[in-house]
Design a binder for this molecule. Structure first.
Ligand code: GBH
Length: 492
């Protein structure tokens, strides 16, 4: 019955996903696990941050979250029922190394993830593992200022190596970071995420320097990524036969007008958001637009950093939700925080033009529906990074918490239109190898707490009961049809 209705929405006929295409759902440790002090885990930066009054919209935290730490077998049952063949999750660094490299490996944490990985594999599901999805041991913040200090690279390398040692015989997909661009912009420019650092004109912080610190943190993240990739390639990859990459948040930018200035602003917008991280990893240098504007403020890579970094990744993970207009601020005057500064690349990114939104608003302020952005983003990455394999590591629909909303037809329309756009990109030659929807369950949505829900399953946060929404049966049906088709296709 469902399939009949939905078929019309999925109007990309005769399209076949490759046989090994990964269909999955995505999650992250802090947003899902809870168990914040269980089995030897210590505080993460997000445990500490959420305990500061006023930081989270509903005053909530991830101490329990959706209790995935204890309920993962039941959640894997739900995934098995959906028919996914992959699960994107992240590991809690503070569970594995509660004191970073200054203390021992917490074997209880290792055992937990071992059990979980085995349970995932037992169901024919491929784990797709992120090493850090915003959360780090607070110890590293407290000891030396985490990402602002170059020694974080030693810590990250140590942590990555322990994960490869313990889990690499079974995990074939690694990503080092989740959305480091969001992490540094919100943590060090706007100050709305930990460690809450920014300049006065950018936000409400007691410390920080929005002009310099985001650049330093990003540089240390890129160097940490390269160190982890190098060690994986040198000591593990050949034997373990996995792939390693990085996951970036992406925004598709449309020029607010057809003027040359606004079209150039689009390139700068990508440079100051996405290619900021990817260009150094792939090409060994920051994007030209950044070099031009930031000059000496842009940190330098050493010869050693770049030694084996030619193409320092095997794939790019693309998180694609939304799009914005880009407006030039080089030739016209803009406010700080609204494009008027060099760290913003003199671009104002905004979802409106003459009062009209780009795409359809969702009710969530940062989020407009613009499926073309998915296609264009995938083509942009394909062209710039020369047909590198891409995974859509996140895409999904969030709604404000106004009742239970099991009939989430807006999420279904969203997924359907974005998946159509993904297929169009694949037809045009983008080497997309997987799609993970955010998210299986409603969960802790960072500074929005539990006020925005992204789940295919509704979660009652008091009882932890999971209830399927319409989108769960829609995704199940979508996967079933497409896997069946790809099978026919490969046999033919
Ligand atoms: C992803 O971030 C995250 O990886 C995931 O953990 C999260 O739950 C999911 O998306 C849904 O949000 O940009 O100043 O308006 C997506 C990027 C960046 C979107 C921060 C929300 C809010 C603040 N997110 N943004 S702002």
């Amino acid at each position: 019955m469902l399939s009949g209705n939905f078929k019309e929405i999925n109007n990309e006929e005769n399209f076949h996903f490759p046989k090994n295409f990964l269909f999955g759902t995505a999650s992250s440790s802090y947003q899902y696990e809870g168990a914040y002090l269980t089995d030897g885990k210590t505080l993460s930066n997000w445990d500490v941050f959420t305990s500061i009054p006023g930081k989270i919209a509903d005053g909530s935290h991830g101490k329990v979250a959706v209790d995935h730490y204890h309920r993962y077998p039941e959640d894997l049952d739900l995934m098995e029922d959906l028919g996914v063949n992959s699960y994107r999750l992240s590991l809690s660094w503070a569970r594995i190394l509660p004191k970073g490299r200054f203390g021992d490996v917490n074997m209880a944490g290792i055992h937990h993830y071992n059990r979980m990985i085995n349970n995932i594999l037992k169901r024919g599901i491929e784990p797709f593992v992120t090493l850090t999805h915003y959360d780090i041991p607070q110890e590293l913040e407290f000891r030396y200022g985490s990402w602002l200090n170059p020694q974080i690279r030693e810590d990250f390398e140590h942590y990555a190596e322990i994960c490869f040692q313990y889990f690499g015989n079974r995990v074939k997909f690694w990503s080092t970071f989740n959305e480091p661009n969001v992490q540094v912009i919100l943590g060090y420019r706007k100050g709305t995420y930990p460690p809450s650092r920014c300049s006065k004109s950018f936000g409400n912080c007691t410390h920080g320097d929005s002009y310099i610190e985001p650049l330093v943190a990003a540089h240390n993240i890129i160097r940490s990524h390269l160190a982890a990739v190098n060690i994986y390639r040198k000591n593990y990859q050949e034997e373990q036969r996995g792939k390693i990459g990085i996951v970036m948040n992406t925004i598709w930018f449309e020029p607010v007008s057809e003027s040359l200035a606004d079209r150039l602003a689009v390139e700068r917008a990508q440079a100051f958001y996405l290619t900021w991280f990817l260009d150094p990893i792939v090409f060994g240098r920051y994007p030209r637009e950044m070099q031009d504007i930031l000059g000496k403020d842009l940190p330098k890579f050493t010869k050693d950093d770049l030694k084996s970094s030619k193409s320092g990744l095997d794939f790019i993970g693309i998180n694609q939700y939304t799009s914005r207009y880009a407006k030039d601020c080089l030739h016209s005057k803009c406010e700080p925080g609204k494009g008027g500064t060099r760290v913003e690349g003199f671009v104002y990114a905004n979802a409106h033009k003459d009062g009209l939104p780009l795409g359809e608003p969702t009710g969530v302020d940062w989020f407009n529906i613009y499926p073309q952005g998915m296609e264009k983003m995938l083509m942009y990455a394909t062209e710039r990074y020369k047909n590198i394999p891409l995974y859509v590591t996140e895409n999904g629909f969030g709604e404000n918490n106004t009742g239970v909303l099991l009939n989430d037809y807006r999420r279904v329309n969203f997924m359907s239109s974005y998946l159509d756009a993904l297929k169009r990109a694949m037809r045009k030659g983008a080497d997309v190898r997987g799609y993970f929807t955010w998210s299986l369950l409603d969960n802790f949505e960072w500074i929005s707490g539990y006020t925005i829900r992204f789940g295919l399953y509704h979660v009652d946060f008091d009882t932890q009961e999971r209830t399927p929404r319409l989108s769960a049966s829609w995704y199940k049906n979508f996967i079933f049809q497409h896997r069946a088709q790809s099978k026919d296709y490969d046999d033919a």
